[in-house]
Design a protein around this ligand. Structure first.
Ligand SMILES: O=P(O)(O)OC[C@H]1O[C@](O)(COP(=O)(O)O)[C@@H](O)[C@@H]1O
Length: 330
């Protein structure tokens, strides 16, 4: 009998908090070797291969539901891949071995490695399309902001709920031409807009800790798979999020239907995107407001990882230091 089959699901889930951290740590270290080298693909590939090796050791029967689109790379992490060492509990995995590949390639702040594990059927199988997103942190009444409201109205409602002026609200937005309206409306309402060039998973997660990150609200469209990863973190750390798929092509619509998403205009809340308990790990690749980046030097390798667990709402910050050369067997 394998070890995992002797463990009850709750114990497996607790074990996953550290085992999953190993996977994001290892991917982050692999990606960090490519920081500033201008090669996004190489950084992506290195992170995926490293994460795959570590996920293969998980004491579960895992299946990737959010991952890479079919790349044909045998070391990658495509959607549908069955992975894990044991024949025990079935687990769904959502992964972005390197989220913010451009940030990594340019050695800019905010590149992370992220993975989430949940029980079978718990994660929304978002197709590879955009998602319109709005998110705020914990402690507010449900519905204080809404995806279908004007950005200025959302800024005013959040300021009122927070008991501050709109000038004290900071909205994080991906710096894209498609967001020009959102940016100008938020600014006109008096809010400060923090533009990020990439990495909206971290952008959304910022709202869970406004004291540290300075971000009260996230607005705009980014990847739908990234939306599910961010929702998983919010399921653990608290906060509200709404997301709606932006299905522009017939292929994307067909893919959504194949994944069982019958209502293509549905506004998903956190609990719709992640319906059960989840564990989420985020390791920094480059320095960022959420986590510090990998430190690689003669004396060793340091990583910083945030580990979120929805069952208890625990958020751990794990700093790890390894001997030089310990890279391949973290
Ligand atoms: O660059 P686009 O097309 O606006 O897409 C936005 C998406 O790209 C990212 O900025 C980076 O994603 P990658 O790491 O896959 O390049 C995401 O965080 C975001 O959801």
């Amino acid at each position: 009998m394998s070890q995992s089959s002797r463990l009850d699901p709750a114990s497996v889930e607790r074990l996953l908090t550290i085992e999953l951290a190993r996977a994001t740590e290892r991917a982050a270290v692999a990606a960090a070797r490519w920081r500033g080298r201008g090669d996004e693909m190489a950084a992506d590939r290195a992170a995926a291969a490293a994460m795959r090796e570590e996920l293969a050791r998980l004491p579960v029967r895992g299946r990737i539901v959010i991952g890479e689109e079919e790349s044909g790379d045998s070391a990658g992490l495509p959607v549908g891949l069955e992975i894990g060492a044991a024949a025990g509990m079935r687990v769904e995995l959502a992964v972005a071995p390197l989220e913010g590949a451009t940030l990594c390639a340019k050695d800019q702040a905010g590149a992370i490695s992220i993975a989430a594990a949940a029980s079978s059927g718990a994660l929304l199988q978002a197709p590879d399309c955009y998602m319109d997103k709005i998110a705020i942190g914990p402690g507010y009444a449900e519905g204080v902001v809404d995806l279908d409201r004007d950005p200025a109205e959302n800024v005013r409602a959040l300021a009122e709920a927070k008991g501050v002026s709109t000038g004290e609200i900071t909205v994080c937005v991906l710096d894209r031409p498609r967001h020009a309206q959102i940016v100008s409306k938020c600014r006109k309402a008096g809010a400060c807009v923090r533009l990020i060039t990439d990495g909206d998973v971290a952008g959304v997660i910022f709202v869970t800790n406004p004291e540290e990150t300075g971000v009260d609200m996230y607005l705009g469209s980014g990847g739908a798979p990234q939306g599910v990863l961010a929702a998983a973190a919010l399921r653990c750390a608290g906060g509200q999020m709404q997301g709606r798929l932006v299905l522009e092509t017939a292929e994307q619509r067909a893919c959504a239907l194949r994944h069982g998403l019958a209502d293509l205009r549905k506004k998903y809340g956190v609990a719709d995107m992640v319906t059960g308990d989840v564990v989420v790990c985020v390791t920094g690749v480059t320095d960022g407001r959420l986590v510090g980046g990998v430190v690689l030097d003669k004396s060793g390798i340091e990583t910083e990882t945030l580990v979120y667990r929805s069952a208890t709402g625990t958020v751990r910050r794990i700093g790890a230091r390894r001997r030089p050369g310990a890279l391949l067997n973290l």
